[in-house]
Ligand binder design. Structure first.
Ligand code: GLU
Length: 459
């Protein structure tokens, strides 16, 4: 069986510059797709023509590119599921909205905006929750005909509303929040197609996520209350639902409230903290610092401080095995604590400590072992003396090795960095690796000696 293809999307509405929270949402979807070798799609949700800003699309793409987010399908790059701009896909939405009406999942609503406002007022006065009273859903056929005629006579067009079940529950499993349950009675018959023939977000998002074969919908938590409508739509169409992940809001640094453009957060000195990506671009920030670099740094902090050694050991196994190495678990348990403080991602273990699991020692080249201001002869000499020390160091432990080697460099007229550099590269076979004595202790005396002899032979 082949694994399902991961396809994620970022679906902004181009209403202005990109908000930092939007960037984070995009980054999630992009990283998830890249991690799984999937596809990342950029889709422009411009169906709210009142809020449309024609320059915003360029500004948005500029911000994404600045940070290093690329898309496999979307505006300017195309793709087989296009067009990727919703205002160019109206025929899809109109066709499927009609399909829902024909299959009794949706209905035309002829109510005027004046009537809807009156309904809201009356409900408020009666202390009832707001929302449409479903007059058009429950009207008799004759009544509907009359309402339709009245609507046409007034030069108005009807909207289409979704028929939400009146009772029962709608539930789904969110990848972030777990099982989410909604009472259907609390959910409105939302408008899905507007009088101007444009879809609302609810209809367009479901149709596009289906037609574009999105496997994981990652979006801001603000959309969670709309999720039951979407689940209902997926069910009405009889389409297989994607996985949902509703991401938490990006809070102000003081933890109070959402980061907002209207009320920008301030730092301890009272300076405004930028909220829009363009303010970072124009403010002299490096894109690396805003995203990947920072993420890697935070990841490193988590590896060091937030997970146990057992957990880390278990997690390191996969990248090593994926690099084709056979992992000796007892040895990995010893390696984990020395890489824990040095790696930023789990995969870093391969470059830094993969040599512990090579079936055979891969010696370094002479150029790699010979340190600055040294030559082959002085390097060889340092290794021969080291060999003699390793042969008799007791106990063969970190402390024992420290003690045995403490004066050696000086005796040979070498600096610490020369002495330990030679030793470390000789023993690990690498220029970037775990530290010298920790490595020697894990390898054990015999393996260390064998490696030193091999490298001495190369010099
Ligand atoms: N157009 C919506 C927004 O800008 C997209 C939400 C989603 O990702 O489904 O928030």
């Amino acid at each position: 069986m082949t694994a399902p293809v991961v396809r994620t999307r970022f679906a902004p509405s181009p209403t202005g510059s990109l908000h930092i929270g939007g960037l984070r949402t995009a980054l999630w979807a992009w990283l998830f797709a890249r991690h799984h070798g999937g596809k990342f799609i950029l889709r422009i949700e411009d169906t709210d023509q009142k809020r449309f800003d024609p320059t915003a699309l360029q500004t948005l793409m500029e911000a994404l590119r600045w940070i290093g987010i690329d898309w496999d399908e979307g505006p300017e790059v195309g793709g087989e599921y296009g067009p990727y701009v919703q205002s160019e896909r109206l025929d899809h939405y109109q066709k499927w909205a009609q399909w829902l009406v024909d299959h009794d999942h949706a209905y035309h609503c002829y109510c005027s905006s004046e009537r809807l406002a009156q309904v809201t007022k009356d409900k408020q006065a009666a202390g009832l929750p707001p929302g449409y009273d479903r007059r058009c859903r429950f009207a008799s056929p004759e009544e509907r005909e009359r309402l339709a005629a009245e609507c046409a006579a007034e030069g108005r067009k009807p909207v289409i509303r979704l028929k939400m079940p009146l009772d029962g529950e709608t539930r789904f499993t969110d990848l972030v929040r777990g099982e989410v349950v909604f009472e259907n009675k609390d959910v409105q018959d939302a408008v899905i197609l507007k009088a101007d023939g444009f879809p609302t977000y609810h209809l367009a998002v479901v149709i596009d996520d289906h037609l574009m074969q999105i496997s994981h919908v990652t979006r801001a938590i603000e959309w969670l209350p709309s999720a039951p409508l979407h689940v209902r739509l997926w069910q009405a169409f009889g389409w297989e639902m994607p996985q949902f992940a509703h991401l938490p809001v990006m809070l102000n640094p003081n933890g109070q409230g959402k980061m907002s453009k209207r009320k920008p957060p301030r730092d301890a000195k009272g300076n405004i903290i930028p909220v829009m990506v363009h303010d970072y671009m124009n403010g002299g920030y490096l894109p690396e610092a805003l995203a990947i670099e920072k993420l890697e740094w935070i990841n490193g902090v988590y590896i060091r401080e937030q997970i146990t050694l057992d957990d880390l050991t278990a997690r390191l196994k996969k990248p090593l095995e994926e690099a084709g190495l056979t992992v000796d678990e007892a040895r990995l348990r010893k390696v984990a604590p020395i890489v824990q403080t040095r790696i930023r991602t789990l995969n870093d273990v391969v470059a830094m400590a993969g040599f512990f699991f090579h079936p055979e020692f891969k010696p370094p080249t002479p150029e790699q072992v010979i340190q600055k201001k040294m030559d082959a002869a002085s390097t060889k000499r340092a290794l021969e003396v080291s060999l003699a020390v390793v042969e008799k160091t007791e106990p063969f432990t970190l402390d024992g090795l420290h003690a045995a080697f403490s004066e050696l460099g000086q005796e040979l007229g070498l600096s610490n960095s020369q002495m330990f550099g030679v030793l470390r590269v000789a023993v690990t076979g690498q220029t970037v690796s775990t530290p010298t004595f920790e490595t020697m202790e894990i390898l054990g005396r015999e393996e260390t000696l064998a490696r030193l002899r091999t490298v001495i032979g190369l010099l």
